[in-house]
Structures are given as structure tokens and as C-alpha cells.
Design a protein around this ligand. Structure first.
Ligand SMILES: NC(=O)c1ccc[n+]([C@@H]2O[C@H](COP(=O)([O-])OP(=O)(O)OC[C@H]3O[C@@H](n4cnc5c(N)ncnc54)[C@H](OP(=O)(O)O)[C@@H]3O)[C@@H](O)[C@H]2O)c1
Length: 312
């Protein structure tokens, strides 16, 4: 144990940074006693803040009470750090915590979209940094109450060179949750696949303030979706990726929108609650890649600007 503090739970635990919906979901499924939350601000002395207690409605409808201790990064030697902050908060959150963690602690980034993962991997190229893409869904309809809204799957893969040797142990650690986890050799491709679907749904639902399925009959969506898919394909091809056709991308977007027709996207929810959205890491990421690659992406730019205006 580091720093002379003795909290046995801190050794070999699974630490979670970002005690929001997704962090509470993971903490609720991982074995009690093996998981801790890392507080944003460490207490000045070794006196730990208490624990975070909340009710978790699991995917089978049953509700359990969860208590997870808060332990400062300086007091733990976790087997893995799961990072479940929003994309825009992640670099700052890690700047605050990583100096206190051993340099060989694997770090798994759960953010949606792209851009934040690359920023972390570029900032700490020598650390084992992994990324996860998950279709699990969690939300917090009221304080102290977290709902596992949809059972999904999670893919984890290495981002930095040092991460590959940790992949299997990280996957095994996450599997102790009972959730479905896969090791993914091409995590960037999987992140792109999810980004493409989010790029075709989230901004439209936020701008139109509607559930996912409703966009499919809205003129604003119908007027822009083909051009949006053309832009995505142009960027993917310029990236050197083996891109599907624009029609295949549109079909993928619409299959997901139909399959989640009654759902509120996280971007619409952020807009409704006047929180910063992750648009910079979805359509905004496509804009940045387009600019770097010399490709015009006016629909992605328009959607990014419109969402930012709504949430300014
Ligand atoms: N929820 C899902 O179902 C789901 C599914 C797939 C992917 N994701 C992705 O997972 C990420 C998290 O989503 P979420 O829904 O869990 O968001 P969320 O509920 O807003 O949780 C984010 C948490 O991070 C905390 N945080 C922010 N800055 C921090 C810092 N510097 N240090 C420590 N903690 C900090 C926030 O605390 P405060 O509230 O105090 O600011 C909040 O508790 C997003 O990128 C999202 O796209 C979520």
C-alpha cells in the first residue's frame, strides 16, 4: 500500500473514475469489496470520504442497494482503472489522478465517440491505455437511483503499445461483473462503427428534441442523411479504412434508430438537462478529421454548430 495508508480493499481493486450512470452500473455489477470510486478531489489527510450508496435497478428488474467506498488514487494500487467520465472531462480527470497511480496500471476509457481516447493515448503513450465500446445502457432518473436500461455487450482493446499484454487480464477482471465482455483486436474500428451510428442519430434527436425512432420521418433528417453518409464515407476512405457504402451506413443508422425507437439519446437528454453534450466527439470529431484530411463535411459542421447553439 502506498503512502503509509492501509486500506486493504485498495490493493488489486477495480477503481472507477467517474461515479455517474455508467460508473455506477459497473460498480453495481462488479463483486462487492473489489471496487472503489476515485474521488475528484482527494481529502487532505488519509481520512477517506465515506462510501457512495445508491439503488441499482438491474436488467432483470430487481433492485439492489450498492455501497462503494471512495478511495483517493494515492491510497490504492488497483488492478485496473475504469474511466467513466464524459469525453470532454476525461483528460482533465486523468491529469488529476494518473500521477498518483503506478505507471503500469491499465486504464480503460469508456467514453463515447472518438477524440478523447486519442488525446489520452497521446498524452501518456508509455502507459497501458485501453478503450472500451459498450452497448450497455444506464441512466439516473432520480438522485440515488441508477437504472440498467438495456443489457448489451462490451468490447475492450489496446490503444497504446504497452496495453496489449494487459488485455486478457483486463477482460477477465471485467468479466467478474457477469456482463458480456469481448477482447477486441481492432478497437479503433469498433469505436468508429459506433461513432458512425451516433453521428446519424444523436444530433438529429437533440435538435428535433425527439426519441430516436421519430427522426426517420422528419424532413430535417431526410433532407440531410444521405449527404451525411457521403461525408462519413469520404472521411473513412481518406483515413485508409475499408468503408461501407453510404447506403450501407444509412441502413445501419436506421436499423439502430428503429431498434431503439422509443429511447432518448444521451445527446437529447444532455440538451434537455442543459448539460454539455458530447457533440465535439461525434459529429465534431468527423469535422476535425475532415479538416485534417482536406475533406468538406458541411452537414457534420451544421449539426455540430446547431447542437452547440442549443446548449450554449
Ligand atoms: N450511460 C450510458 O449508458 C453509457 C453507455 C455507453 C457509453 N457511455 C459513455 O460513458 C461516459 C460517461 O457517461 P455517463 O452517462 O455515465 O455520464 P455521467 O452520468 O454524466 O457520469 C460522468 C461522471 O463523471 C464525473 N466527473 C466529471 N469530471 C470528473 C473529474 N474531473 N473527476 C472525477 N469525476 C468526474 C461526473 O461527476 P459530476 O456529475 O459531479 O460532474 C459524473 O459523475 C460518456 O462518454 C458516455 O458517452 C455511457
Amino acid at each position: 500500500m502506498k503512502g503509509g495508508n492501509h486500506s486493504p480493499i485498495g490493493d488489486g481493486c477495480i477503481a472507477i473514475l467517474g461515479a455517474g450512470s455508467l460508473g455506477q452500473l459497473w460498480a453495481g455489477y462488479l463483486p462487492a469489496g473489489d471496487v472503489v470510486f476515485v474521488p475528484r478531489h482527494a481529502p487532505p489527510t488519509s481520512q477517506h470520504a465515506e462510501a457512495l450508496a445508491y439503488r441499482l435497478q438491474q436488467s432483470d428488474g430487481s433492485t439492489v442497494t450498492i455501497r462503494v467506498p471512495w478511495l483517493p488514487a494515492r491510497d490504492i494500487q488497483p488492478s485496473v482503472l475504469l474511466v467513466t467520465t464524459k469525453a470532454g472531462d476525461t483528460l482533465t480527470a486523468l491529469e488529476n489522478q494518473l500521477p498518483d497511480l503506478p505507471s503500469d496500471t491499465p486504464v480503460v476509457l469508456f467514453q463515447n465517440g472518438m477524440g478523447s481516447q486519442q488525446a489520452v493515448a497521446e498524452r501518456w503513450p508509455e502507459r497501458p491505455i485501453l478503450a472500451a465500446s459498450t452497448t450497455e445502457g444506464a441512466n439516473r432518473p432520480e438522485p440515488g437511483y441508477t437504472v440498467h436500461a438495456g443489457r448489451g455487450e462490451t468490447w475492450v482493446g489496446a490503444l497504446t503499445d504497452n496495453a496489449s499484454p494487459h488485455l486478457e487480464t483486463v477482460v477477465q477482471a471485467l468479466r467478474t461483473s457477469g456482463l458480456t465482455i469481448h477482447a477486441e483486436q481492432d478497437i479503433k474500428r469498433r469505436l468508429w462503427d459506433k461513432l458512425v451510428v451516433n453521428a446519424g442519430i444523436n444530433a438529429f434527436t437533440a435538435i428535433l428534441d425527439c426519441p430516436n425512432g421519430v427522426i426517420l420521418t422528419e424532413p430535417f433528417y431526410l433532407d440531410h442523411i444521405d449527404e451525411l453518409c457521403d461525408e462519413i464515407v469520404a472521411v473513412l476512405r481518406a483515413e485508409g479504412s475499408n468503408s461501407p457504402t453510404p447506403a450501407a451506413i444509412r441502413q445501419r443508422i436506421e436499423t439502430v434508430a428503429r431498434g431503439t425507437a422509443g429511447n432518448t439519446s444521451s445527446m437529447r437528454s444532455d440538451r434537455q438537462q442543459e448539460r454539455t453534450t458530447e457533440i465535439d466527439f461525434i459529429n465534431g470529431y468527423i469535422c476535425r478529421r475532415g479538416q485534417a484530411l482536406g475533406i468538406e463535411v458541411p452537414v457534420n459542421r451544421m449539426l455540430t454548430d446547431r447542437v452547440k447553439e442549443l446548449t450554449r
